[in-house]
Every structure is written in C-alpha cells, then in structure tokens.
Design a protein around this ligand. Structure first.
Ligand SMILES: C[C@H](CCC(=O)NCCS(=O)(=O)O)[C@H]1CC[C@H]2[C@@H]3[C@H](O)C[C@@H]4C[C@H](O)CC[C@]4(C)[C@H]3C[C@H](O)[C@]12C
Length: 333
C-alpha cells in the first residue's frame, strides 16, 4: 500500500509513502535537462524539464516511482493491482510504456493543464523495461499548486479524474474512493454535539470525538479516508520547516508499522520511505523506516544542464541526538 498527497502553504508540496515488503534499492535521482530519455516507441526525449524524485537506477536510466519537475509539477505511481490495463502500441498515438510515463509527462509539461493535452494523445502500452521486471500495475496522481488529477488505464481506456482532495492510495478505482467520502461527511475536528436524542444528556468525555468513526485500519480504502481527513483539516505555519514538518505528520497518519500487515509469503508490508518535495524549490525531503531524521536533496545544487542523472542512495539508520552528551560532537548510540 502506498499513499500520496499534496499540500499547500506558502509553497506547494508533493509526496508519498512507499509501502512494500521489499525495496529495489531506490535512490533520490536528479535527472538534468539534457539526459536523453530513450523511449521504446517514440523519439528520445532529449531536451526536457529537469526532475527530482525517487527511482530505481538501471545503468544511467532512472525508473521513477515519483518525481517533481523544475516547473513544480509532481507525479507518483501507486499500485493498482488487478485494475490497470495497458495496451499494445497503436498507429497515430503517443505509445508510452508504463515505466516511461513519469518522465514523458514531467519532461514536457509545466502544469496539469498542459498534461491534459498530452494525455489526450497517449496510449499506455505494456512494453516491459526488461525481462527482469514485471510490468507494474499502477495508477498515478499528477498535481501542480492549483489542481490534481488521477490517471487510471483500465479496460475501457484512460480515465482521468479531477482529484479535489489531492490524495491517492491504491484500490479500488478512484471514483469509488472519492464517493466513499460521502459516508464520512459527519467527521469533524470539533467536538460533537448531541443529536442522538434530546431526552439524553450525552456529552463528549474525551477530546477528538468529532472524528470518531475515522477508519483506523491499513486498507487502502481506509487510508484514503484517513489521509483525506487529516490533510483537509491540517493547519500549519507557512515557513519551510513548519510546512515540511506538517506534511510528514499528514503522511504519518497512514504509516505502516512492521508486523501489522502480514502477507501470504510471511513478509510484512512497511513504510519503506516517506517523501515530501517542495515543488517550488526542487528540494526532495525524505525519511525511511529506520531513519526518522529528515534528509534533503536540493535539485538546484546540481548542474541541471547536464546529461547524466545524479543519484543519492537513501540514508539509512537512525540518527539520534544524545542531548546530554559529554561534548558537542555527536555521540553514537
Ligand atoms: C510497488 C510500488 C508501488 C507500491 C505500492 O503501491 N504498494 C502497495 C501494494 S498493494 O497495493 O497494497 O498491494 C511500485 C511503484 C513504482 C514501481 C516501479 C516503477 O514503476 C519503475 C519500474 C517499472 C518496471 O516496470 C518494474 C520495476 C519498477 C522499478 C517498478 C517496481 C514497482 O512496481 C514500483 C516500485
């Protein structure tokens, strides 16, 4: 399971949790404008917008899971198992393999509105990157500071939904996720008033009772409601540190702890990384399951006119500040 979300304070933020039972050795990758993205069915993308995100590198080719480009447009792929349907290449269309979709859009579009034009011509195809990798069954959230959409390639074609909550999880399809929010319209950050019966003296006996009924389980449908409620009611200061901190709290509401989601193979799904990218400033912040210290990579500290992606392995291991250490140098615990 994974969850993606957008957030706006002074700047625009875009991020996700990456929940899975194993990792592919993903890294933070900055792809500069002149890296030549070789495409299977189209001409290579040679000059494009620079982007930063998390990808699995195969040689110098970044297989992006999520990224933000230099124009502040963000895109993330999340599992859509059993529902994603990709087609065979077709004459007269832009035939884009699933693993090329993020660079295809982020390389060329500055806004969601511009992406809508490209999406009208696209045919997402099932061409595999290599024998080593299965074709991932994904759906995507695409967002800028003004709007978000969800893109789902299904049996009947490409569905593009307006995403007014700026949130995406996994199954079921997005229209059903959104509709289910109707069931929770009574939830509130305020204390409830007694509407049960005038004949009874009912009173809140704890803070937070306005959100009683907010689903707490780890299913993607429940995470959708939970993160939507958390995000839509979120209040933060506008500084960078307040916004980033708040964003990690929003996604923290759906974090997966090892042991709580056991799979048939006996493994556990956990939140491998959580990201928050300041889309306006090109700074990609992340934490990992075992490293709660926020680490950042700033796209603008790289040569964005270069030709080769620059990649940074995720920093792992907790960094604990021993507050009463004998001297000011960091003492490892
Ligand atoms: C498994 C990841 C999605 C995580 C997620 O949504 N988990 C929820 C699981 S579930 O619903 O609860 O079952 C997806 C997101 C991006 C995917 C990767 C990217 O699409 C890039 C390449 C694409 C290649 O085709 C396959 C390898 C791969 C490197 C993909 C592996 C895997 O499918 C990833 C890493």
């Amino acid at each position: 399971m994974c969850t993606a979300a957008t957030y706006r304070s002074q700047d625009f933020y875009f991020g996700r949790t990456f929940d899975y039972e194993f990792n592919y050795g993903e890294e933070v990758v900055v792809t500069p404008r002149n890296y030549s993205f070789q495409l299977r069915h189209q001409n290579a993308l040679t000059e494009h917008y620079a982007m930063i995100g998390i990808a699995h590198m195969v040689g110098d080719y970044p297989l992006y899971y999520d990224a933000v480009n230099e124009k502040g447009l963000g895109m993330a792929g999340l599992n859509f198992a059993g529902n994603a349907v990709y087609r065979k290449p077709r004459e007269g269309r832009d035939n884009i393999a699933q693993f090329e979709f993020i660079p295809w859009i982020l390389g060329q579009c500055a806004t969601v509105q511009e992406a809508r034009t490209l999406l009208a011509h696209i045919n997402l195809v099932d061409t595999r990157f290599s024998e080593q990798f299965p074709t991932s069954q994904l759906h995507w959230i695409l967002a800028d500071r003004d709007e978000a959409i969800t893109i789902e390639a299904v049996g009947e074609g490409l569905n593009i939904y307006d995403n007014p909550v700026g949130v995406l999880t996994n199954n079921p399809p997005f229209d059903k996720q959104l509709f289910r929010l109707n069931d929770y319209s009574y939830l509130s950050p305020d204390q409830p008033v007694n509407r049960f019966s005038e004949q009874l003296q009912l009173q809140p006996y704890s803070r937070g009772m306005g959100a009683m009924g907010l689903p707490g389980d780890l299913s993607s449908a429940s995470r959708f409601v939970r993160v939507a409620f958390t995000k839509m009611n979120s209040v933060s200061g506008t500084s960078e540190s307040e916004s980033v901190s708040q964003f990690f709290h929003i996604l923290g509401s759906v974090a997966q702890t090892r042991g709580c989601c056991r799979l048939e193979n006996g493994k556990y799904e956990i939140t491998i990384y959580t990201s928050c990218c300041n889309a306006d400033r090109g700074i990609y912040y992340y934490t990992t399951y075992e490293n709660h210290q926020i680490t950042a990579v700033d796209m603008y500290r790289e040569n964005l006119d270069g030709e080769i992606p620059v990649h940074y392995p995720l920093v792992q291991g907790e960094h604990i500040l021993l507050q009463n250490a004998a001297d000011t140098t960091e003492e490892k615990l």
